[in-house]
Design a protein around this ligand. Structure first.
Ligand code: ADP
Ligand code: MG
Length: 729
């Protein structure tokens, strides 16, 4: 780095002193300090109210307004004791973030003063004037109003001076305008379908819930350097930047020692998260320089989703306090790993995890296999739309990169489980029955070898891998609301399990023995969903060809992938499971197309601006400097000598010209394509035009800019370079 540039970068570097928080208490003492937990409910609510609220939370019964009033009263008391002055309904609109609108507790007392009030009505329902949230036409077509309604299954919490109330956000017609409403419906659908299946093995099962353990990856960059990169600031990713000579090739960052500044950030983030009841467990460096990961202990899916939304906003805030910017974009830097959000998914009953490697009894073994196979069926049937659920303008840059699963959904099972499924599929019914006879049927199941699926091999290239007691959905993007993927997976699993139970019941009704019926349906299903099972290298080129042969969805265009939401089988699935109707799905797709198109449009504009008013001027300035030098050489040397001495600079002058003229032409063309695309009225077609005709310019323009970065004198280059952005000091 030249001296001048060094000074510039130094000046930009954040100068905040290292601030390491030292809590006075142990985590056990401050865990959930800011959450209205059961313990606090017990303390602040009359006993009968407390009991009724528990029933609402645990059994999903309706909450009547009298109870709500008493609950609100208790909550208010707790909040006031904690110094809170405001409350807000906190919801998850389809923008992927969260939304809140604060109201203070004060109400006029009629005598010129105020009292602090918080009623049951305010707790359970509000009508935020949220007309600017994307709604895909649902509200404009039907009714302008949108309501937020309390979700008692996710506890209220305090941030700063505000009581935050997790809510669903729905239109007047009851149609969902958010992620939480359909997520909750999908959880109900799984509960119903999975309980019916689990009861085949154990009639005492009352309830099945979904667990989610997310792993959040992110980057940190210095705040000062970030501010000097308009592309990062406006799009969340770098649209240009030559590789740093050293990046992740030494693999020295992964699990490496955490730099002091980052450690201080992580520590404060964890304390704040624990205070909000988020059970943070793991933190470590990730593969790319400046990339990190945080994972909590898994929780019930609805709560886990809320906690993930909350942690993303905590990350952004705490990072700024430590002089960083937290990048949640899936691919902030080209050439190094991007960030995902692995979603670890499992089902459990009141008695334990259903996807856990089998127990000792034949019933447990068969139950385990049933849930595995039906999950695979769900993923197989809906692999296209499952991909759509994790697809976005930002995640599209990561999928299929060398570090992330390709844009094809498949499932890894490991050798042990694969062998087991093969065995079940290939055991001839004859053999099974002739060996042991109908009565000893049960004896045949224990022949399934003692499993040690916990020790299953790992395969990081698979988007949907079985990992011992759960499936790990690795394709989800780091910035996404995981509800999008979870509600899809839940609904698909509910559908598969419902169909399974129906088919088993039909065979039993025909007089077949229960175990025999289960095995027979399983055999069919193992055969049917075979194409989704792939244990090989998901990053390889051969897999792409093989997946095509198997009929899996291999579409890579982001907007075309969204079409899967409106396939008849998707609509059928969502409608039959009572999660969403056709109208809601169509509305969501409108929003997806629009969001996609706008993001690409913003990137195109930022790239064009930077190219024309940063890159070309800087390159031209450097070029003039070289031309100047050439003239001067000719002034003091005889022509022949001058020719020899200026050969190298003349070459560079020409190179600069080649690159700048390419950039200028390409930017012009890109602007023209944008103008054309902007006249398209249909939002789907517009999104496709942005994908097909505008995005392709990004790579080629960037290529020439990055070449210029290598040529132009270091101290003249205005933008912080990868080598500066990527190494925290
Ligand atoms: P790895 O990086 O090897 O996948 P991590 O420890 O980073 O492992 O993350 C594992 C995640 O899986 C954690 O969030 C953990 O809580 C979650 N998890 C573990 N068991 C289950 C389960 N049965 N259901 C859902 N999530 C689980
Ligand atoms: Mg993982």
């Amino acid at each position: 780095m030249s001296n001048l540039r060094f000074k510039v970068v130094e000046a930009a570097f954040c100068k905040k002193p290292l601030e390491v928080i030292q809590p006075k208490e142990r985590p056990t003492e401050y865990f959930a300090k800011y959450v209205f937990t059961q313990e606090k409910m017990f303390k602040y609510l009359p006993l009968s109210t407390y009991r009724k609220l528990r029933e609402v939370i645990e059994k999903g019964t309706a909450l009547d307004i009298h109870i709500a009033n008493e609950v609100a009263n208790g909550m208010k008391q707790w909040a006031i004791d904690m110094g809170v002055t405001h409350c807000t309904h906190w919801f998850q609109p389809l923008t992927e973030g969260t939304a809140e609108k604060h109201d203070s507790f004060i109400e006029p007392d009629g005598k010129g003063s105020v009292i602090e009030e918080f009623s049951g009505k305010q707790l359970i329902q509000q009508e935020p004037d949220a007309s600017s949230f994307p709604n895909g036409g649902i509200r404009s077509t039907f009714e302008a109003r949108g309501y937020s309604a309390w979700d008692p299954a996710s506890p209220v919490f305090i941030v700063g001076d505000t009581l935050m109330i997790p809510t669903v956000f729905i239109a007047y017609t009851g149609e969902a305008l958010d992620y939480k409403a359909p997520l909750k419906k999908s959880l109900l659908a799984v509960d119903k379908a999975a309980t019916a299946v689990a009861q085949l093995f154990n009639p005492d099962v009352r309830r099945v819930s979904v667990n989610l353990g997310w792993e959040q990856e992110y980057f940190l960059v210095d705040e000062g350097l970030y501010a000097a990169r308009p592309d990062l600031l406006l799009t969340g990713r770098t649209l240009m930047g030559h590789d740093s000579a050293k990046n992740q090739q030494m693999e020295d960052h992964y699990f490496g020692a955490i730099p002091a500044r980052v450690a201080a950030f992580m520590k404060e983030l964890e304390i704040q998260a624990l205070e909000l009841g988020i059970p943070c467990k793991t933190r470590h460096n990730e593969v790319a320089p400046n990339q990190f990961e945080l994972a909590p202990i898994y929780e019930e899916c609805n709560l886990a989703v809320d906690h993930n939304m909350l942690i993303m906003s905590l990350m952004r805030n705490v990072a700024r306090k430590h002089g960083f910017r937290c990048l949640l974009h899936e691919k902030p830097f080209a050439g190094i790993n991007g960030s995902g959000k692995h979603c670890n998914w499992s089902l459990s009953t009141d008695t334990g995890i259903l996807l856990h490697a089998p127990g000792k009894t034949s019933e447990e073994n068969l139950r385990f296999i049933t849930f595995i196979v039906e999950t695979l069926m769900a993923v197989y049937r809906h692999n296209g739309v499952l991909k759509a659920s994790i697809m976005s303008a930002t995640n599209a840059h990561r999928l299929g990169g060398h570090e992330a699963p390709p844009a094809i959904i498949s499932s890894f099972l490991g050798t042990e489980l694969s062998r087991l499924l093969d065995e079940i599929e290939n055991t001839k019914e004859d053999k099974l029955f002739s060996v042991s006879g109908k009565h000893s049927m049960e004896l045949d199941i224990p022949q399934i070898p003692e499993l040690t699926v916990d020790n299953t091999d790992r395969n990081r290239t698979s988007p949907f891998a079985f990992t011992g007691n759960r499936f790990e959905f690795r394709a989800a993007g780091s910035s996404a609301n995981c509800a999008s993927a979870m509600l899809l997976l839940n609904t698909a699993a509910a559908e598969a399990l419902t169909s399974f139970r129906q088919r088993v019941d039909a065979l039993i009704a025909d007089g077949e023995d229960k175990t025999e019926a289960i095995l027979s349906v399983l055999r069919d299903d193992i055969r049917t969903c075979r194409p989704i099972h792939f244990d090989g290298n998901g990053y390889s080129e051969e897999w792409k060809k093989e997946a095509q042969r198997r009929g899996l969805d291999c579409e890579t265009s982001c907007p075309l992938t969204f079409d899967r939401y409106l396939d008849p089988e998707t609509i059928q699935m969502f409608e039959s499971m009572h999660v969403m109707n056709r109208n809601e799905l169509a509305a969501r797709n409108e929003i997806k197309f629009e969001t996609y198109q706008k993001k690409v449009q913003i990137e195109a504009r930022v790239l064009g601006d930077l190219a024309m008013n940063h890159i070309i001027p800087v390159a031209t300035k450097y070029q003039s400097k070289l031309i100047d030098n050439v003239h001067k050489v000719y002034e003091i040397y005889p022509k022949e000598k001058a020719q020899e001495l200026t050969a190298y600079n003349l070459q560079i002058i020409e190179n600069i010209n080649k690159h700048t003229s390419f950039i200028a032409t390409a930017v012009d063309e890109m602007v023209e394509k944008r103008k054309a695309a902007n006249t398209i009225a249909n939002i789907r077609d517009k999104a496709i035009a942005y994908h097909d005709t505008i995005e392709p310019y990004f790579e080629s323009i960037r290529y020439h800019i990055d070449k210029l970065e290598l040529i132009v004198e270091d101290e003249m280059w205005t933008l912080p370079k990868y080598r500066e952005l990527l190494f925290i000091r």
